[in-house]
Design a protein around this ligand. Structure first.
Ligand SMILES: Cc1cc2nc3c(=O)[nH]c(=O)nc-3n(C[C@H](O)[C@H](O)[C@H](O)COP(=O)(O)OP(=O)(O)OC[C@H]3O[C@@H](n4cnc5c(N)ncnc54)[C@H](O)[C@@H]3O)c2cc1C
Length: 472
């Protein structure tokens, strides 16, 4: 959808929708529970003030339980901080689980929690025929809950961070959550935004960037599914990331087969079929262009379009018969995969120049060894991976890029940290998200213990106290 169409639609919601349900602007009406008067004024509903119970007070509050958030909560709790974690969906893991992604990238040089997760997953399934950094999402859901329970993290599912409140000193003081229990407030000493979209930092009033600076276009979302009814040995030429394969070979073969069987080329021109077990696969074959991951209407539209495309594709493959005759979608994501959202302004912004020169920082939390990886931001850019004007050398992610610039007491970890368009395209993968989360959690716990704010922490010194320091 073009930016203009999106703006038109917003104007409709802001003006037309209220009129359509019979409200007149500026005229008070009575709230459903008969307690407080509600006012609609100039296309805006004025929410009446109401008391929100402060249900808890924690040392460290983490919003979002994806790869970054789980690592942040684990590191903070293991360091002795009372840690609360809020997750919008019904499992931990974010894109790893509710997004059904099955491949952890840039994890090889990440000691601590990342290594622990991979080692445990591999030990639990020694015989699986897949690359060591691939996994079954159900196994990850279980493992992350076990790790958080053991560390003493207190987490809550189906709970969205909906608002953030600063005190007079510009320090984030509490968040407001929304869940089946209603609106509740949680006070904290240090907060970590691991929502991917940067929801918490945005709610707290931080500035952010989005997409390419020239056009505002961002990377597409992708609807990933799990497939069954096919066997690894029978469809081997179409399976990606098997030992000895080229990157493009199986993807091009699969794209051709989909086109022949379904009559259309997939919206992602390099469809990837990843093996989880001999008869269970992950398929990434969809791109949803020009829709924003922090707009609920865009996310809904992307999910509906993605699901429809995947079903048409799989119906086509099934029609081929032979090894494809029983192919089925056995799981679709609770949440469509969002590659790019808000990049929150931090105390340092990782730049294209940094990644081109392989920047080194005294306050490095990890080294990103992943290349620039921009999926076509619009359908007319090839529907695959774009040729980027920038090449990355392994570069450090500095602690300062995890610390909010405009609000005190707030950190970020994962894909919403401070970086430019091309830097983000490299550091966004989950090996880095985990390493950032673990550093943010460790620093947040130290800040609460020493009565400091995150920007007052000397990471180059604190890092030496981290349990993974010697393994680095
Ligand atoms: C289709 C796709 C394929 C990818 N392929 C790979 C790959 O093969 N390997 C790889 O390593 N990386 C890959 N990436 C990149 C990587 O998955 C992301 O950048 C990664 O998700 C970053 O982790 P995160 O923890 O920052 O965010 P997420 O995984 O998005 O986690 C954010 C969590 O916060 C929760 N949340 C969001 N908003 C709120 C809120 N307001 N309140 C409470 N909770 C909230 C979400 O439910 C989610 O659980 C891919 C991404 C996509 C979309």
């Amino acid at each position: 959808m073009s930016t203009n169409r999106r703006a038109d639609r917003r104007r409709f919601f802001q003006t037309g929708a209220a009129a359509a349900v019979g409200w007149s602007f500026g005229v008070p009406s009575v709230h459903g529970n008969g307690v407080s008067p509600a006012v609609v004024h100039d296309g805006t509903y004025i929410e009446p003030s109401r008391p929100v119970p402060i249900m808890d007070e924690a040392d460290v509050v983490v919003c979002g339980g994806g790869p970054a958030g789980v690592a942040a909560a684990l590191a903070a709790a293991r360091a002795g901080a009372r840690t609360r974690l809020f997750e919008a969906h019904g499992c931990l893991g974010g894109i790893w689980t509710s997004g059904l992604l099955t491949y952890i990238l840039d994890s090889g040089n990440k000691p601590g929690i990342m290594r622990e997760i991979l080692t445990t997953l591999q030990a639990r399934e020694k015989d699986a025929r897949r690359a060591p950094s691939m996994y079954d999402p159900e196994a990850v859901k279980l493992l992350l809950e076990q790790m958080c329970e053991e560390a003493g993290v207190e987490w809550q599912f189906h709970t969205q961070c909906a608002a953030a409140v600063r005190d007079q000193t510009n320090r984030l003081a509490l968040i407001v959550t929304e869940s089946k229990s209603g609106r509740e407030a949680v006070a904290g000493k240090i907060f970590i935004d691991c929502t991917g979209e940067g929801d918490l930092a945005h709610q707290a009033g931080c500035g952010w960037d989005y997409g390419r600076p020239e056009t505002g276009d961002a990377q597409p979302m992708s609807f990933v599914v799990l497939l069954t009814g096919i066997h690894l040995d029978e469809i081997r030429p179409y399976v990606s990331s098997m030992p000895g394969d080229t990157w493009a070979g199986p993807k091009d073969a699969l794209a051709k087969l989909i086109k022949e069987s379904s009559g259309f080329g997939p919206s992602y021109s390099k469809p990837s079929l990843f093996p989880i077990r001999e008869t269970l696969f992950c398929l990434m074959a969809n791109h949803e262009y020009e829709l924003q991951g922090f707009d609920a209407r865009d996310v809904t539209r992307a999910s509906v379009q993605g699901r429809a495309e995947l079903h048409r594709m799989i119906d086509g493959l099934r029609g081929l018969g032979g090894p494809w005759k029983d192919i089925r979608i056995c799981a679709s994501p609770e949440r469509i995969g969002v590659r790019e959202s808000r990049r929150i302004h931090g105390r340092y912004t990782i730049s294209s120049d940094d990644i081109q020169h392989g920047a080194r920082f005294d306050d490095a939390v990890c080294r990103c060894a992943f290349p620039v990886d921009v999926h076509s931001t619009t359908a007319d850019r090839g529907k695959g991976i774009e040729a980027a004007p920038v090449r990355a050398k392994p570069f450090d992610i500095p602690y300062r890029s995890l610390v909010a610039k405009e609000v005190d007491g707030l950190m970020m970890a994962g894909r919403c940290i401070s970086g430019d368009f091309y830097a983000h395209s490299a550091y966004r993968v989950t090996g880095n998200a985990v390493a950032m989360g673990q550093a943010a959690g460790w620093a947040a716990a130290a800040a609460t213990r020493d009565g400091k704010l995150p920007h007052e922490i000397d990471w180059s010194e604190l890092a030496k106290t981290a349990p993974w320091y010697e393994d680095d």
